[in-house]
Design a protein around this ligand. Structure first.
Ligand code: NIG
Ligand code: FE
Length: 403
Protein backbone atom coordinates (compact mmCIF):
# COMPACT_ATOMS: atom_id res chain seq x y z
CA UNK A 1 0.00 0.00 0.00
CA UNK A 2 1.40 3.42 -0.89
CA UNK A 3 1.74 5.95 1.95
CA UNK A 4 -0.57 8.95 1.99
CA UNK A 5 2.22 11.50 1.69
CA UNK A 6 5.99 11.36 1.35
CA UNK A 7 8.65 14.05 1.51
CA UNK A 8 11.57 12.86 -0.60
CA UNK A 9 15.31 13.65 -0.67
CA UNK A 10 15.12 16.03 2.26
CA UNK A 11 18.25 18.12 2.43
CA UNK A 12 18.31 18.07 6.21
CA UNK A 13 16.05 16.75 8.96
CA UNK A 14 16.77 18.22 12.41
CA UNK A 15 14.93 16.59 15.30
CA UNK A 16 15.27 16.17 19.07
CA UNK A 17 17.42 13.05 19.38
CA UNK A 18 15.43 11.07 21.92
CA UNK A 19 12.11 10.91 23.69
CA UNK A 20 11.53 13.89 25.92
CA UNK A 21 11.88 15.55 28.20
CA UNK A 22 15.48 16.55 27.60
CA UNK A 23 17.35 18.12 30.50
CA UNK A 24 20.66 19.94 30.91
CA UNK A 25 23.36 18.70 28.53
CA UNK A 26 20.91 16.46 26.65
CA UNK A 27 19.39 19.64 25.27
CA UNK A 28 22.50 20.55 23.29
CA UNK A 29 22.07 17.88 20.59
CA UNK A 30 19.81 17.57 17.60
CA UNK A 31 19.77 14.46 15.47
CA UNK A 32 20.68 15.55 11.95
CA UNK A 33 19.91 13.41 8.89
CA UNK A 34 20.70 14.20 5.24
CA UNK A 35 19.02 13.01 2.03
CA UNK A 36 16.23 11.17 3.80
CA UNK A 37 12.62 10.38 2.97
CA UNK A 38 9.69 10.72 5.35
CA UNK A 39 6.41 8.87 4.92
CA UNK A 40 3.13 9.82 6.58
CA UNK A 41 0.06 7.69 7.21
CA UNK A 42 -3.03 8.37 9.28
CA UNK A 43 -1.62 11.65 10.56
CA UNK A 44 1.50 9.97 11.96
CA UNK A 45 5.07 9.66 10.76
CA UNK A 46 5.34 6.10 9.43
CA UNK A 47 8.89 6.06 8.04
CA UNK A 48 12.11 8.08 8.24
CA UNK A 49 15.09 6.77 6.30
CA UNK A 50 16.89 6.34 3.03
CA UNK A 51 14.69 3.78 1.34
CA UNK A 52 12.39 4.93 -1.44
CA UNK A 53 8.79 5.45 -0.33
CA UNK A 54 5.79 4.94 -2.58
CA UNK A 55 3.04 7.44 -1.84
CA UNK A 56 -0.15 8.98 -3.23
CA UNK A 57 1.38 12.45 -2.96
CA UNK A 58 4.95 13.72 -2.89
CA UNK A 59 6.80 16.79 -1.73
CA UNK A 60 10.28 17.49 -3.09
CA UNK A 61 12.48 17.98 -0.04
CA UNK A 62 15.74 18.64 -1.85
CA UNK A 63 15.81 22.34 -0.96
CA UNK A 64 14.32 21.94 2.51
CA UNK A 65 15.24 21.65 6.16
CA UNK A 66 12.50 19.81 8.07
CA UNK A 67 11.96 20.30 11.80
CA UNK A 68 9.08 19.32 14.13
CA UNK A 69 6.12 21.70 14.35
CA UNK A 70 6.53 24.24 17.15
CA UNK A 71 4.58 23.59 20.35
CA UNK A 72 3.66 26.91 21.97
CA UNK A 73 2.96 25.80 25.55
CA UNK A 74 2.00 29.22 26.96
CA UNK A 75 -0.37 31.72 25.31
CA UNK A 76 -3.38 33.69 26.52
CA UNK A 77 -5.63 32.95 23.53
CA UNK A 78 -8.65 33.52 23.41
CA UNK A 79 -8.93 37.29 23.77
CA UNK A 80 -10.05 40.39 21.91
CA UNK A 81 -8.99 44.02 22.00
CA UNK A 82 -5.82 46.02 21.77
CA UNK A 83 -3.82 47.50 24.65
CA UNK A 84 -1.59 49.67 22.50
CA UNK A 85 -2.41 52.59 24.85
CA UNK A 86 -0.57 50.76 27.64
CA UNK A 87 2.35 50.09 25.38
CA UNK A 88 2.61 53.84 24.74
CA UNK A 89 2.31 54.53 28.50
CA UNK A 90 5.21 52.17 29.16
CA UNK A 91 7.33 54.12 26.70
CA UNK A 92 7.01 57.04 29.12
CA UNK A 93 8.26 54.83 31.93
CA UNK A 94 5.03 53.57 33.49
CA UNK A 95 5.58 49.93 34.45
CA UNK A 96 3.31 46.95 33.70
CA UNK A 97 2.47 46.76 37.43
CA UNK A 98 1.77 50.53 37.73
CA UNK A 99 -0.75 50.20 34.92
CA UNK A 100 -2.30 47.10 36.49
CA UNK A 101 -2.59 48.75 39.92
CA UNK A 102 -4.35 51.73 38.32
CA UNK A 103 -7.09 49.38 37.05
CA UNK A 104 -5.70 48.76 33.57
CA UNK A 105 -3.72 45.77 32.38
CA UNK A 106 -5.43 42.41 32.61
CA UNK A 107 -8.62 44.07 33.83
CA UNK A 108 -9.00 46.12 30.68
CA UNK A 109 -8.93 42.95 28.55
CA UNK A 110 -11.42 41.40 31.00
CA UNK A 111 -13.85 44.24 30.22
CA UNK A 112 -13.43 43.61 26.48
CA UNK A 113 -13.84 39.86 26.74
CA UNK A 114 -16.90 40.09 28.99
CA UNK A 115 -18.75 42.32 26.56
CA UNK A 116 -17.64 40.57 23.36
CA UNK A 117 -19.85 37.94 21.74
CA UNK A 118 -18.53 34.40 21.62
CA UNK A 119 -18.62 34.64 17.82
CA UNK A 120 -16.32 37.65 17.77
CA UNK A 121 -13.82 36.11 20.20
CA UNK A 122 -13.86 32.91 18.19
CA UNK A 123 -13.32 34.69 14.87
CA UNK A 124 -10.40 36.78 16.15
CA UNK A 125 -8.76 33.81 17.86
CA UNK A 126 -9.10 31.70 14.70
CA UNK A 127 -7.23 34.49 12.93
CA UNK A 128 -4.38 34.23 15.45
CA UNK A 129 -4.24 30.45 14.98
CA UNK A 130 -4.10 30.87 11.18
CA UNK A 131 -1.13 33.22 11.51
CA UNK A 132 0.63 30.97 14.00
CA UNK A 133 0.12 27.89 11.85
CA UNK A 134 1.63 29.65 8.86
CA UNK A 135 4.72 30.24 11.02
CA UNK A 136 4.98 26.55 11.85
CA UNK A 137 3.18 26.46 15.21
CA UNK A 138 1.13 23.25 15.20
CA UNK A 139 0.11 22.99 18.89
CA UNK A 140 -0.98 25.90 21.09
CA UNK A 141 -1.88 26.09 24.76
CA UNK A 142 -4.51 28.72 25.55
CA UNK A 143 -5.82 30.00 28.87
CA UNK A 144 -8.95 31.47 30.32
CA UNK A 145 -8.26 34.36 32.71
CA UNK A 146 -9.98 37.25 30.91
CA UNK A 147 -13.39 36.36 32.29
CA UNK A 148 -12.72 36.35 36.04
CA UNK A 149 -16.27 35.41 36.87
CA UNK A 150 -17.97 32.08 36.50
CA UNK A 151 -19.88 32.81 33.33
CA UNK A 152 -17.05 34.40 31.42
CA UNK A 153 -14.35 31.96 32.52
CA UNK A 154 -16.54 29.10 31.29
CA UNK A 155 -17.17 31.07 28.08
CA UNK A 156 -13.43 31.23 27.44
CA UNK A 157 -12.85 27.55 28.19
CA UNK A 158 -15.68 26.53 25.87
CA UNK A 159 -14.18 28.75 23.18
CA UNK A 160 -10.87 26.95 23.60
CA UNK A 161 -12.68 23.65 23.03
CA UNK A 162 -14.37 25.10 19.95
CA UNK A 163 -11.05 26.41 18.59
CA UNK A 164 -9.53 22.97 18.99
CA UNK A 165 -12.33 21.29 17.09
CA UNK A 166 -12.65 23.91 14.30
CA UNK A 167 -8.99 24.71 13.64
CA UNK A 168 -6.32 22.25 12.49
CA UNK A 169 -3.91 23.47 15.19
CA UNK A 170 -4.24 21.40 18.38
CA UNK A 171 -5.43 23.69 21.17
CA UNK A 172 -4.76 22.66 24.78
CA UNK A 173 -6.91 24.52 27.37
CA UNK A 174 -5.81 25.74 30.81
CA UNK A 175 -7.95 27.36 33.53
CA UNK A 176 -6.40 30.67 34.67
CA UNK A 177 -9.32 31.98 36.70
CA UNK A 178 -6.67 33.12 39.21
CA UNK A 179 -5.25 35.80 36.90
CA UNK A 180 -6.23 39.05 38.72
CA UNK A 181 -8.84 40.27 41.18
CA UNK A 182 -11.57 42.53 39.75
CA UNK A 183 -13.43 45.36 41.59
CA UNK A 184 -16.48 43.27 42.47
CA UNK A 185 -14.57 41.12 44.99
CA UNK A 186 -13.56 42.20 48.50
CA UNK A 187 -10.28 40.35 48.70
CA UNK A 188 -7.94 37.99 46.86
CA UNK A 189 -8.97 35.20 49.25
CA UNK A 190 -12.66 35.67 48.58
CA UNK A 191 -11.98 35.68 44.84
CA UNK A 192 -9.82 32.54 44.95
CA UNK A 193 -12.48 30.71 46.97
CA UNK A 194 -14.95 31.53 44.23
CA UNK A 195 -12.64 30.33 41.50
CA UNK A 196 -11.94 27.12 43.45
CA UNK A 197 -15.70 26.52 43.68
CA UNK A 198 -15.65 26.24 39.89
CA UNK A 199 -13.21 23.30 39.83
CA UNK A 200 -15.96 20.66 39.62
CA UNK A 201 -17.43 22.42 36.59
CA UNK A 202 -14.13 22.30 34.73
CA UNK A 203 -14.14 18.55 34.24
CA UNK A 204 -14.33 17.89 30.52
CA UNK A 205 -13.15 21.41 29.72
CA UNK A 206 -9.59 21.30 31.06
CA UNK A 207 -7.34 19.22 33.30
CA UNK A 208 -4.85 22.00 34.19
CA UNK A 209 -5.01 24.96 36.59
CA UNK A 210 -2.67 27.97 36.41
CA UNK A 211 -2.25 31.00 38.73
CA UNK A 212 -0.50 34.37 38.46
CA UNK A 213 1.66 34.05 41.60
CA UNK A 214 3.14 37.53 41.91
CA UNK A 215 3.66 40.16 44.61
CA UNK A 216 0.59 42.38 44.43
CA UNK A 217 -1.56 39.75 42.69
CA UNK A 218 -1.69 36.32 44.41
CA UNK A 219 1.04 35.70 46.96
CA UNK A 220 2.82 32.42 47.63
CA UNK A 221 0.50 31.31 50.45
CA UNK A 222 -2.65 32.13 48.55
CA UNK A 223 -1.28 30.32 45.52
CA UNK A 224 -0.36 27.27 47.63
CA UNK A 225 -3.85 27.01 49.16
CA UNK A 226 -5.52 27.37 45.80
CA UNK A 227 -3.31 24.94 43.90
CA UNK A 228 -3.51 22.34 46.69
CA UNK A 229 -7.28 22.39 46.29
CA UNK A 230 -6.81 21.92 42.54
CA UNK A 231 -4.45 18.99 43.08
CA UNK A 232 -6.87 17.35 45.51
CA UNK A 233 -9.45 17.42 42.74
CA UNK A 234 -6.99 15.68 40.41
CA UNK A 235 -5.90 18.66 38.29
CA UNK A 236 -2.38 19.24 37.02
CA UNK A 237 -1.04 22.60 38.12
CA UNK A 238 1.30 25.23 36.66
CA UNK A 239 2.25 28.75 37.63
CA UNK A 240 3.15 32.18 36.31
CA UNK A 241 6.18 32.20 38.58
CA UNK A 242 8.69 34.89 39.56
CA UNK A 243 7.76 37.00 36.55
CA UNK A 244 8.09 40.62 37.67
CA UNK A 245 9.48 40.03 41.16
CA UNK A 246 10.81 37.10 43.18
CA UNK A 247 7.47 35.94 44.61
CA UNK A 248 8.09 32.33 45.59
CA UNK A 249 6.30 30.87 42.57
CA UNK A 250 9.23 28.82 41.25
CA UNK A 251 9.83 27.16 44.63
CA UNK A 252 6.13 26.53 45.06
CA UNK A 253 6.02 24.89 41.61
CA UNK A 254 8.67 22.38 42.73
CA UNK A 255 7.00 21.82 46.10
CA UNK A 256 3.69 21.01 44.41
CA UNK A 257 5.13 18.98 41.53
CA UNK A 258 3.75 21.46 39.00
CA UNK A 259 4.04 20.52 35.33
CA UNK A 260 5.72 23.84 34.62
CA UNK A 261 6.90 27.10 36.16
CA UNK A 262 6.66 29.86 33.58
CA UNK A 263 8.53 33.19 33.20
CA UNK A 264 11.20 32.98 35.99
CA UNK A 265 12.69 36.37 35.05
CA UNK A 266 13.18 37.22 38.73
CA UNK A 267 13.87 33.73 40.11
CA UNK A 268 16.84 33.61 42.52
CA UNK A 269 19.67 31.08 42.28
CA UNK A 270 18.15 28.80 44.91
CA UNK A 271 14.94 28.60 42.89
CA UNK A 272 16.84 27.84 39.69
CA UNK A 273 18.69 25.00 41.46
CA UNK A 274 15.49 23.53 42.89
CA UNK A 275 13.84 23.64 39.49
CA UNK A 276 16.86 22.03 37.85
CA UNK A 277 16.65 19.09 40.25
CA UNK A 278 12.93 18.62 39.68
CA UNK A 279 10.62 17.24 36.99
CA UNK A 280 8.92 20.63 36.63
CA UNK A 281 9.54 22.20 33.23
CA UNK A 282 11.11 25.67 33.45
CA UNK A 283 9.38 27.63 30.68
CA UNK A 284 11.12 30.74 29.37
CA UNK A 285 9.01 33.47 27.80
CA UNK A 286 11.62 35.84 26.39
CA UNK A 287 9.08 37.71 24.23
CA UNK A 288 7.61 39.16 27.45
CA UNK A 289 10.99 40.42 28.66
CA UNK A 290 11.52 42.04 25.28
CA UNK A 291 8.03 43.53 25.04
CA UNK A 292 8.06 44.92 28.61
CA UNK A 293 11.72 45.90 28.47
CA UNK A 294 12.46 43.73 31.51
CA UNK A 295 15.51 41.53 32.12
CA UNK A 296 15.68 38.08 30.51
CA UNK A 297 15.35 34.84 32.47
CA UNK A 298 18.60 32.97 33.14
CA UNK A 299 18.12 30.26 30.56
CA UNK A 300 21.81 29.42 30.28
CA UNK A 301 22.10 28.90 34.01
CA UNK A 302 18.99 26.73 34.18
CA UNK A 303 20.33 24.40 31.49
CA UNK A 304 23.82 24.31 33.03
CA UNK A 305 22.20 23.29 36.31
CA UNK A 306 20.39 20.46 34.52
CA UNK A 307 16.84 21.78 34.15
CA UNK A 308 14.18 20.76 31.63
CA UNK A 309 13.82 24.06 29.79
CA UNK A 310 10.99 24.95 27.39
CA UNK A 311 10.36 28.16 25.45
CA UNK A 312 6.99 29.65 24.54
CA UNK A 313 5.52 32.95 23.34
CA UNK A 314 3.18 34.10 26.19
CA UNK A 315 1.18 35.71 23.38
CA UNK A 316 -1.34 38.10 25.01
CA UNK A 317 -2.58 41.67 24.49
CA UNK A 318 -0.68 43.19 27.43
CA UNK A 319 2.76 41.86 28.21
CA UNK A 320 3.70 40.19 24.90
CA UNK A 321 1.92 40.92 21.64
CA UNK A 322 4.21 38.48 19.80
CA UNK A 323 3.55 34.93 18.59
CA UNK A 324 6.30 34.41 16.02
CA UNK A 325 8.31 31.35 17.15
CA UNK A 326 11.29 32.38 15.02
CA UNK A 327 11.60 35.68 16.86
CA UNK A 328 11.05 34.05 20.26
CA UNK A 329 13.77 31.51 19.47
CA UNK A 330 16.05 34.31 18.37
CA UNK A 331 15.53 36.01 21.75
CA UNK A 332 16.13 32.76 23.65
CA UNK A 333 19.45 32.40 21.86
CA UNK A 334 20.57 36.01 21.69
CA UNK A 335 19.31 37.11 25.13
CA UNK A 336 18.88 34.03 27.35
CA UNK A 337 22.09 32.34 26.26
CA UNK A 338 20.68 29.16 24.72
CA UNK A 339 22.38 27.49 21.78
CA UNK A 340 20.40 27.06 18.57
CA UNK A 341 20.03 23.34 19.30
CA UNK A 342 18.82 23.97 22.86
CA UNK A 343 16.29 26.52 21.64
CA UNK A 344 14.84 24.13 19.05
CA UNK A 345 14.58 21.33 21.62
CA UNK A 346 12.98 23.81 24.03
CA UNK A 347 10.28 24.84 21.53
CA UNK A 348 9.46 21.27 20.43
CA UNK A 349 10.03 18.21 22.60
CA UNK A 350 10.31 20.07 25.93
CA UNK A 351 7.36 22.38 25.33
CA UNK A 352 5.41 19.22 24.41
CA UNK A 353 6.43 17.87 27.83
CA UNK A 354 5.04 21.02 29.47
CA UNK A 355 1.67 19.99 27.99
CA UNK A 356 2.18 16.27 28.76
CA UNK A 357 2.28 15.55 25.00
CA UNK A 358 5.92 14.46 24.79
CA UNK A 359 5.06 11.00 23.47
CA UNK A 360 3.13 12.37 20.50
CA UNK A 361 4.62 15.71 19.60
CA UNK A 362 7.92 17.49 19.14
CA UNK A 363 10.03 14.93 17.25
CA UNK A 364 10.46 13.62 13.72
CA UNK A 365 10.34 9.95 14.47
CA UNK A 366 8.13 7.01 13.54
CA UNK A 367 4.94 6.99 15.61
CA UNK A 368 4.94 10.72 16.40
CA UNK A 369 2.25 13.07 15.07
CA UNK A 370 3.07 14.24 11.54
CA UNK A 371 3.42 17.93 12.50
CA UNK A 372 6.37 19.46 10.66
CA UNK A 373 7.77 22.74 9.39
CA UNK A 374 9.36 22.79 5.94
CA UNK A 375 12.05 25.44 5.92
CA UNK A 376 13.71 26.98 2.88
CA UNK A 377 17.33 26.77 3.99
CA UNK A 378 20.52 24.75 3.77
CA UNK A 379 20.95 24.30 7.48
CA UNK A 380 18.76 24.49 10.60
CA UNK A 381 21.00 27.18 12.09
CA UNK A 382 19.50 29.64 9.57
CA UNK A 383 16.35 29.54 11.71
CA UNK A 384 18.00 31.85 14.19
CA UNK A 385 20.36 33.84 12.01
CA UNK A 386 17.68 34.62 9.41
CA UNK A 387 14.73 34.72 11.81
CA UNK A 388 13.04 37.67 10.12
CA UNK A 389 13.09 36.25 6.58
CA UNK A 390 9.90 34.13 6.55
CA UNK A 391 11.75 30.91 5.87
CA UNK A 392 8.64 28.75 6.07
CA UNK A 393 8.01 26.96 2.77
CA UNK A 394 5.32 24.68 4.10
CA UNK A 395 3.63 23.33 7.22
CA UNK A 396 2.41 19.77 7.66
CA UNK A 397 -0.25 19.34 10.34
CA UNK A 398 -1.61 15.91 11.17
CA UNK A 399 -0.12 14.66 7.91
CA UNK A 400 -1.73 17.32 5.71
CA UNK A 401 0.09 20.13 3.98
CA UNK A 402 -1.60 23.35 5.12
CA UNK A 403 0.73 25.98 3.77
O1 NIG B 1 2.02 36.07 31.33
N1 NIG B 1 1.36 37.75 34.02
C1 NIG B 1 0.22 37.49 33.82
N2 NIG B 1 -0.32 37.21 32.64
C2 NIG B 1 0.25 37.57 31.40
C3 NIG B 1 -0.11 38.94 31.00
C4 NIG B 1 -1.54 39.05 30.69
C5 NIG B 1 -1.98 40.42 30.35
O2 NIG B 1 -1.30 41.43 30.60
O3 NIG B 1 -3.09 40.52 29.79
C6 NIG B 1 1.72 37.25 31.36
O4 NIG B 1 2.58 38.15 31.34
FE1 FE C 1 1.32 34.38 30.63
Amino acid sequence: MPSELAILNIRQVASPPKAGPLRGKEMSFLEIKHDVNIAIDGGKISYVGQEYVKADQYIDGSQLVVIPGFVDCHTHIPFVGSRSDEFIMRLSRKSYMDIMKAGGGIRSTVKEVRKASATRILAESLGFLDSMLSLGVTTVEGKSGYGLDRENELKQLKLLRALDSIHPVDVVPTFLGAHAVTEEYRSAEEFLDLMAEMFDDLVGLTDTIDIFCENGVFDEDQSRQYLMKAKKKGFKVKLHADELSASGGGKLAVELGAISADHLISADDETLTLLAESETVATLLPGTSFFLNEPFAKGRKLIDLGAIVAIASDFNPGSCNIFDPFFIIFLAVARCGLSVEEAINAYTVNSAKALCLENEKGRIEVGYDADMVLIRAEDYREIVYSFSRDLVEGVIKNGKRLR
